[in-house]
Design a protein around this ligand. Structure first.
Ligand SMILES: NC(=O)c1ccc[n+]([C@@H]2O[C@H](COP(=O)([O-])OP(=O)(O)OC[C@H]3O[C@@H](n4cnc5c(N)ncnc54)[C@H](O)[C@@H]3O)[C@@H](O)[C@H]2O)c1
Length: 349
């Protein structure tokens, strides 16, 4: 399982790294520091962006990206179209569908050039350089991806994990390479401040190892819907962010994994019936494991669907000592980047 998950991360990164080989990259992408992580940035020319799978306001990732574009947070990216198959289609009369319709009206009032489609077949790129951002359900990604490549999109930004299986990701990579399409997968935790602080602290603390804690805020009664909607499972849907951190910062690769120790006491596996299909879905409501590498690194991951806030904790050699950094709450002002805050532990760790 871990082997296939690491391939899922590595497979996703490979096209982004391939991007650095030739000179024809769009203005909208750049390195972050000296790492191999890429991020979007402004450049010389405006790039049309289409969002496929928008989702509802304040919930769908596509909606967040569309808001970033509309608010001018992505320099030189222009939201040209939104394709929303469900909330403009079968789900349009549901309460979230009505919310989506309000978003459509508000967007049109803000920028009348943005076009909306309920069917991807009706959309075609208007410019030679068009970037499509796929934020639909993971199971639909391979089909949507192929359709966008066939329509002539030159760049594709895939929400993680990109596809349900490694085999599908590999096929998507093969097809993109064949057609000369550049593909990126967004692993946003690679560039978050709380992770940077934890890594800085760990590197300055001999013998320390880090535990990455990823929390969602679902209520227990919301888990059946969560399991059904994120049917690829907690590891590929949620802990994939932490696996990407392990790949990027701990050199965790298929070949460097020495041992994976599951945390049986912490982990909880359930089978729940999905409210839409009535079918059973087996997944973890929380899962924990430690990875040891052949290079002597140890790192722990915990993911829980039913808590709040993400964190990185340092487990120092002295058992009572921990240093934690947490992800900012949404909408909360970030503190200015700079000095590392004092560790919360009193012992000298
Ligand atoms: N980068 C991150 O931090 C992050 C966070 C959350 C999700 N994601 C990824 O973003 C992508 C989209 O996730 P999301 O949480 O926005 O998904 P979502 O399920 O809320 O919405 C995605 C699409 O699913 C369709 N849909 C919604 N309800 C449906 C229903 N009842 N029946 C059929 N179709 C329905 C809609 O077309 C919608 O655009 C996924 O690939 C996910 O892994 C990334």
């Amino acid at each position: 399982m871990v082997r296939s998950l690491l391939l899922l991360c590595l497979g996703a990164f490979a096209p982004a790294l391939g991007e650095l080989r030739d000179g024809a990259r769009p203005a909208a992408w750049s390195h972050v520091g000296s790492s191999k992580v890429l991020r979007m940035r402004g450049g010389g020319e405006t790039t049309d962006m289409v969002i496929v799978g928008c989702g509802v306001p304040k919930r769908g990732m596509g909606w967040y990206h569309s808001t970033q574009l509309l608010d001018g947070m992505i320099n030189n990216g222009r939201l040209s179209a939104v394709v929303e198959p469900y909330f403009l289609g079968p789900g349009k009369d549901s309460p979230p569908g009505k919310l989506f319709n309000e978003y459509v009206e508000a967007t049109k009032a803000k920028d009348s050039s943005v076009k909306f489609f309920s069917n991807l077949k009706d959309w075609n790129p208007e410019k030679k350089n068009t970037c499509a951002l796929i934020a639909g359900r993971t199971a639909d990604n391979p089909r949507i991806f192929k359709e966008l490549v066939d329509k002539g999109c030159t760049h594709i930004y895939l929400e993680k994990p990109g596809a349900p299986t490694v085999a599908e990701l590999e096929e998507m990579m093969r097809y993109a390479n064949e057609k000369g399409v550049k593909v990126y997968v967004g692993y946003n935790k690679n560039v978050t401040k709380y992770v940077r602080l934890a890594l800085e602290f760990q590197n300055a603390t001999p013998g320390a190892s880090t535990m990455f804690v990823h929390n969602n805020a679902y209520k227990e009664e919301e888990l059946p819907e969560c399991f059904e909607r994120n049917a690829e499972g907690i590891l590929k849907n949620m802990a994939i962010h932490e696996l990407a951190l392990l790949v990027t910062y701990y050199n965790v690769k298929v070949d460097t994994v020495k041992e994976v120790i599951p945390d049986m006491e912490y982990s909880r596996r359930l089978t729940l019936n999905g409210p839409s299909s009535g079918k059973p879905f087996t997944d973890f409501s929380r899962v924990g494991f430690t990875v040891k590498t052949t290079e002597g690194k140890t790192v722990t991951v915990r993911a829980d669907r039913c808590v709040r806030r993400d964190a990185a904790r340092l487990m120092c050699p002295i058992p009572t000592s921990t240093y934690s950094t947490t992800a900012p709450r949404s909408g909360r002002r970030r503190s200015p980047a700079g000095a590392l805050p004092a560790p919360k532990c009193s012992a000298a760790c």
